[in-house]
Design a protein around this ligand. Structure first.
Ligand code: ZN
Length: 321
């Protein structure tokens, strides 16, 4: 009896996944949601048959054994993973949409690869999972069990949602982790409040991030940070906790400080009148690392502020509110 039940559920699961894949595929054709490899690319779903999903309760797989009696699983366990598509309406916010579908913001952020929750557009299509959770890209050395442990979620649910039948999974594949939440760095990045501004008082932006006419050379150049202009001698603070990795003088940046942070971030502060930080020192967002000046290629007192993520510059203004 338990076995028959399981087969029925698994068949439904298979169908649900197939529907989800179709929705994902059609979505990726019409809309640039840049889900490089959706959950549809999780370990070769085409090869999964209801038969081998049934096997996942088996003890030989190293996965949780069958529930006693198999019939009365806690509510929620029976919900299968499939995706629906939601069109963003006027006035929508990610949190409100999540509430409406009974899932977390993290699920919508993760599934749709949102970089910033403030930038969803009316008419934008969002993939909504039927159960709460996030997408995870499998790293070298991961196993379904280690992933479940890392995110403190049920291995059985991970296995069921992804049709995983043994404790091995190829690196690079995407898995859906039911009930998992995004880590705090990701959440802060997405909410745009990871960094503090290096100037705590008033300033104006004298030059933005991006291409500009360079006042010093007769060509358009890429401005890799933002220029925040304020009074000479104003304190400059670290934008995020970290360790000072370099200080010095540069023809372009004048007196500068570079700080290395977690998660692949580095920040550079230029044109200082005075450097107050030294290499190797730990800093927080309360640490004064220098004073605003006009050294290097500068036409007035300001701090040039660059943010690097894994050595590539990003627009600092996307990282704070
Ligand atoms: Zn600049």
């Amino acid at each position: 009896m338990a076995l028959i039940n399981r087969v029925t559920r698994s068949r439904f699961f298979h169908l649900a996944m197939a529907t989800g894949i179709a929705a994902l595929l059609s979505l990726s054709c019409t809309q640039d949601l840049s889900l490089e490899a959706g959950p549809a690319d999780a370990p070769d779903l085409a090869s999964i048959t209801p038969g081998n999903i049934v096997g996942m309760g088996g003890s030989s797989a190293g996965l949780p054994s069958e529930r006693p009696d198999g019939e009365t699983a806690p509510a929620g366990d029976e919900r299968e993973l499939y995706y629906t598509v939601y069109t963003v309406q006027k006035g929508d916010m990610v949190g409100k949409i999540a509430d409406r579908f009974g899932i977390s913001q993290d699920a919508i952020i993760s599934l749709n690869r949102l970089k910033n929750t403030r930038t969803i557009q009316i008419g934008q299509l969002l993939k909504i999972p039927s159960i709460d959770g996030i997408i995870y890209t499998v790293k070298e050395g991961d196993t379904p069990a280690s992933i479940a442990d890392k995110y403190r979620v049920s291995l059985e649910k991970v296995a069921m949602a992804n049709g995983i039948t043994d404790n091995a999974i190829p690196a690079g594949s995407m898995v859906f982790l039911p009930d998992a939440k995004l880590d705090w760095v990701t959440i802060q990045e997405i909410n745009g409040d990871l960094f503090h501004k290096p100037l705590h008082g008033s300033y104006y932006i004298s030059s933005r991030y991006g291409w500009r006419a360079n006042p010093f050379v007769n060509a358009r150049t890429f401005h890799n940070g933002i220029d925040m202009a304020t009074a000479m001698g104003t304190p400059i603070y670290a934008a995020l906790e970290g360790t000072v990795s370099a200080t010095g003088y540069d023809v372009t940046y004048g007196n500068y400080v570079i700080i290395t942070h977690h998660s692949g971030y580095q920040t550079l502060y230029g044109h200082m009148s005075k450097i107050l930080a030294s290499k190797g020192k730990r800093v927080t967002t309360a640490t004064k690392i220098g004073l605003v000046g006009n050294t290097g290629q500068s036409t007035g007192p300001h701090v040039h502020f660059t943010v690097y993520k894994n050595r590539a510059t990003i627009n600092p203004s996307t990282l704070w509110n």
